[in-house]
Design a protein around this ligand. Structure first.
Ligand code: SF4
Length: 204
């Protein structure tokens, strides 16, 4: 069994369905079978989503996209969007590490993407390149701390030790980018969270 197949098998054991796509075109074909005119969709901050063109896809479709990147958006408006995500029809996010044991690892600074992944939106799509797949849970935590966090901290201009050194120094400062580290290892409604793997290197 190859790596992607074993991840999908173990995700299914944890009641999390998953699919693999060769291209973003295939991915959008699949998503198009879910989104309906007038539906609401929110999305977390994600380089993977940006690289795949998911934000533009949501902006150009028939859905109401709760777009946190809207130019000139105020802090209060952004907070309102974050809260609206909880009652959206769909929510999209990336993944920071996907363990072959079928568990999903994410870090979050303020919880605005981790929280709606776990509860609220009716359907959640978690998008992920094959570069996020790691052999086990320990490797997943290491990936989050020593790859995802430092690169994300640099992207966002955070003054964290990992942004400087490229490795987690277990800081506890106000700029900490990993205040929340979530592990999703199952769900009650097996149709809610769905993992969509694209056979590319995406995000970090
Ligand atoms: S604890 Fe600090 S140094 Fe470690 S990953 Fe988080 S922000 Fe970076």
């Amino acid at each position: 069994m190859d790596t992607v197949e074993s991840v999908l098998t173990n995700l299914r054991k944890n009641r999390i369905p998953g699919k693999c796509f060769k291209t973003s075109r295939e991915l959008f074909g699949y998503l198009g079978s879910f989104l309906f005119p007038g539906c609401t969709a929110g999305a977390g901050d994600s380089v993977t989503l940006e690289q795949l063109g998911v934000y533009d896809y949501l902006r150009s479709g028939n859905c109401v996209f709760l777009d946190k990147y809207t130019e000139g958006i105020t802090k209060n408006e952004k907070r309102a969007l974050y809260l609206a995500n909880f009652s959206a029809d769909f929510f999209f996010s990336g993944i920071n590490a996907l363990s072959q044991t079928g568990k999903i690892f994410n870090l979050d600074g303020n919880g605005s993407r981790a929280a709606p992944i776990i509860y609220g939106p009716k359907k959640v799509f978690l998008l992920c390149g094959t570069n996020k797949i790691v052999p086990d849970d320990e490797a997943a935590v290491l990936r989050v701390r020593n790859t995802a966090a430092p690169m994300d901290a640099r992207r966002l201009g955070r003054k964290t030790p990992c942004a400087k050194t490229g490795r987690c120094m277990d800081c506890a400062g106000p700029e900490r980018i990993c205040n929340y580290m979530t592990v999703i290892q199952g769900q009650f409604d097996e149709n809610r969270i769905e993992v969509l793997i694209v056979e590319q290197d995406l995000g970090y």
